[in-house]
Design a protein around this ligand. Structure first.
Ligand code: ADP
Length: 720
């Protein structure tokens, strides 16, 4: 059953009068309040009597009123039918609430615009919780940001460059960020300073302050406000100054390395131009790394010196020169002799008179061999000694007498290192490096470099000695060889005289001057003569081999026609082939074929090969001689159908005195020198002799010689 409550007028009344959560009221076209429900009273604090007839604008805060917000909303609703809004509204008591507002234009039955209905809801509670959520989110992100910032701060040292670049970008926010920036700068572990456009110190972080305090004559407290050029006048005119000025004037970040003029410290500096025309400067001590680089360079240089000379005094001398003044003001190298006494090989000082003084000191006041420190101690123990400072007590302890002490003091020794010259076999000597005038103080890093250097010196000394020993041995071997060859040459000559006498007397007997000889006696004389000839050829071979070994054979290489040489030797050999009943041919040679050789020696080699061929080829066999061109060479071949040579003997037959079998005195015997001489001669003429052979089928010996002059053979052959 339908209730009257749902009749629209009644519903309207109920809505308007009973709904307390919504302020529902009507406005006329001018915006004056015409109706007022309890919700409106509760929300806005006005009673119906108070408010009806009043303008609705009072519900808006002054800033919204000033902006004409209420009128704008009405105009929008009049135009489109509706307007909605969210914003602050004001209660009667002046307090504010956050409202959601819906304005609807009202029309009468004729469609005439008669006013507005306005429904307002209090959203303050919702907004507050939203605000809280927003705030929580903001706080959370602030936390995250601060966590990130912490991480960034830790990385700030490495990232300084970026940080500063960012800082430059964020110039506008600089004021707010300054506190943070200062915090960052204070936390940078590397020295960092900010200089103003007038080159005065503006900011100095604690590490920079510490460094400044360490430099002689500086006061870190008073540095801010001082000009950098005043504080460090040494910088003026150096690359350091140029780079700083470049960063400031060109407005570019500049990174460079610089060595402090007074202290031997290296820094890697970054300069960043600042918006105000000043300069931020951060630097890092790279002395250790620089010195390691220097040391590596130095050792490489030293190695070059060692490679240049094998003579040990020269080497040591050069090393000493390299060491002074790069590493030391003085350098001395002492090597122990057989008795273990240290002998000074070299003393170097830039000033020669001081080097003399040191030499005299060493001679007049030799170091104590039993002292528990110093050169002999290093020699004994193989352990280096480092004297960062040389206190007077040390001079007193080492002095022999008052005069010695006086001179030692005069030298102004400042710091010293004594390093062993050690090789696998032990310590051979010591190297002493001393700093005096330079004011330098040695540390562990210097000692390491000195040890590395000493190791190279020791190796060079050892190499030089080995080389010297090897040279000595070679010289002795050469002497012995020469003596042997000379002996052989003399012997051969002495043997020929009695042999000539034997030959002469055999001839006389044959002539029958002392009476007729019978057939048997004649056969004996033949045998004597053959033996004499054999001995003579043996002596000839020994003599030429000895001469060759002694380097006494001079070669006169020239252009020779191969064909002519072949004809020559063939005509000399034909009778022997005929005697042995061995068939002998000589192949036609290309007429233009020439070799570059000593013609006499070439003939000698070919005769040797042909003599062997006839010797080792039985009657009825054949021998063939030929020549041909091959690349830049001419090849002469002697091919026989003789006994052949087993493969394992094909190399050894070229060795002196090697023969493969024993032969009778029928003419087959030889000295075992022919092939050795032939190969030596061929090689002396830039050629060679080789063999190919098969047992039972024969052998082919090939002599190879250059076609043209390769280089001055004569020159080479004349070398001992
Ligand atoms: P020699 O002939 O005076 O003995 P060589 O140095 O000329 O000395 O030769 C060395 C050895 O090489 C010879 O004793 C021989 O055994 C072997 N030989 C050389 N030529 C031939 C050849 N044509 N056929 C076979 N064997 C050879």
């Amino acid at each position: 059953m339908a209730s009257t409550v749902f009749d629209s007028d009644a519903l309207y009344r109920l809505l308007v009068t009973q709904v307390e959560d919504y302020a529902i009221f009507a406005l006329d076209t001018e915006g004056h309040v015409r109706t007022w429900n309890p919700g409106a009273e509760r929300l806005k604090g006005y009673s119906a009597q108070e408010i009806i007839g009043e303008s609705f604008t009072r519900f808006y805060p002054p800033e919204a009123q000033a902006a004409g917000r209420p009128q704008m909303l009405l105009a929008e609703a009049a135009r489109t039918g509706h307007a909605s809004d969210e914003g602050w509204r004001v209660r009667k008591d002046g307090s504010r609430f956050w409202a959601s507002v819906l304005i609807t234009a009202l029309h009468d039955d004729e469609g005439k615009h008669v006013g507005f209905a306005k429904i307002t809801r209090d959203l303050t509670a919702r907004r507050e919780s939203e605000d809280r959520a927003r705030q929580l989110a903001a706080e959370e992100s602030a936390h995250a940001a601060s966590r990130m910032l912490t991480v960034e701060l830790e990385q700030a040292n490495e990232q300084l460059q970026e940080t500063l670049a960012d800082a430059e970008e964020a110039r506008d926010a600089l004021a707010a960020a300054e506190r943070f920036a200062r915090g960052i700068l204070e936390s940078i572990a590397d020295p960092f300073v900010v200089l103003g456009p007038d080159w005065t110190y503006r900011f100095v972080n604690p590490p920079a302050a510490r460094m400044i305090a360490q430099s002689p004559g500086q006061n870190a407290d008073g540095i801010v406000g001082r000009s950098v050029w005043d504080a460090y006048p040494d910088i003026l005119g150096t690359d350091f100054e140029r780079q700083m000025r470049r960063a400031a004037s060109d407005r570019v970040a500049v990174t460079f390395e610089a060595k402090s003029p007074r202290r031997m410290l290296w820094s890697l500096l970054h300069c960043y131009p600042l918006p105000d025309g000043g300069l931020a400067m951060q630097w890092r001590d790279i002395t250790k790394q620089k010195r390691a680089e220097e040391a590596a360079r130095f050792l490489a240089q030293a190695s070059d010196v060692f490679n240049q000379s094998l003579d040990y005094e020269t080497t040591i001398d050069q090393v000493a020169r390299l060491v002074v003044p790069t590493l030391a003001d003085w350098c001395s190298v002492q090597i122990a002799d057989e008795n273990g006494t240290l002998r000074q090989v070299v003393v170097a000082h830039l000033d020669p008179s001081k080097a003399d003084l040191a030499r005299r000191l060493d001679a007049d006041y030799p170091a104590d061999g039993n002292a528990s420190f110093g050169a002999y101690n290093v020699l004994r123990t193989g352990k280096p000694e480092l004297y960062t400072e040389i206190p007077d007590e040390l001079l007193v302890a080492a002095a022999h007498d008052a005069e010695h002490l006086r001179i030692s003091r005069e030298l102004g020794l400042n710091s010293a290192m004594i390093v062993p010259l050690s090789v696998e076999g032990g310590t051979r000597g010591v190297m002493t490096l001393v700093a005096a005038e330079s004011g330098r103080r040695y540390d562990d890093q210097d000692l390491e470099l000195a040890i590395g250097l000493a190791h190279r010196v020791a190796t060079a000394v050892q190499n030089a000695e080995l080389h010297r020993a090897a040279r000595e041995a070679q010289r002795m071997a050469e002497d012995a060889n020469r003596a042997k060859s000379e002996f052989l040459a003399t012997m051969s000559h002495e043997l020929r005289t009695p042999l000539n006498a034997i030959a002469g007397y055999v001839d006389l007997l044959r002539l029958g001057i002392r009476g007729p000889i019978n057939a048997e006696q004649s056969a004996y004389l033949d045998r004597i003569e053959r033996s004499e000839k054999y001995l003579l050829s043996l002596i000839h071979d020994v003599l030429s081999f000895a001469k060759m070994e002694a380097g006494r054979i001079a070669l006169t290489p020239q252009v020779v026609h191969a064909g002519a040489v072949l004809d020559d030797v063939a005509s000399l050999m034909r009778p022997q082939f005929a005697d042995a009943r061995v068939h002998f041919d000589v192949e036609e040679c290309p007429p233009s074929l020439t070799a570059f050789a000593d013609p006499e020696r070439l003939r000698q080699i070919l005769l040797n090969l042909l003599t062997n061929a006839v010797k080792f080829t039985p009657a009825g066999g054949r021998v063939r001689m030929s020549c041909r061109e091959e690349d830049d060479s001419v090849c002469f071949s002697v091919e026989d159908s003789g006994s052949g040579i087993p493969p394992d003997k094909q190399e050894s037959i070229f060795q002196p005195f090697v023969q493969l079998g024993r032969y009778d005195s029928s003419g087959k015997a030889g000295s075992g020198l022919g092939l050795a001489i032939s190969r030596d001669l061929a090689r002396a003429m830039e050629g060679d002799v080789s063999v190919e052979s098969e047992v039972g089928r024969g052998s082919t010996f090939t002599l190879t010689l250059p076609r043209q002059a390769v280089r001055s053979i004569e020159e080479e052959a004349l070398q001992p």
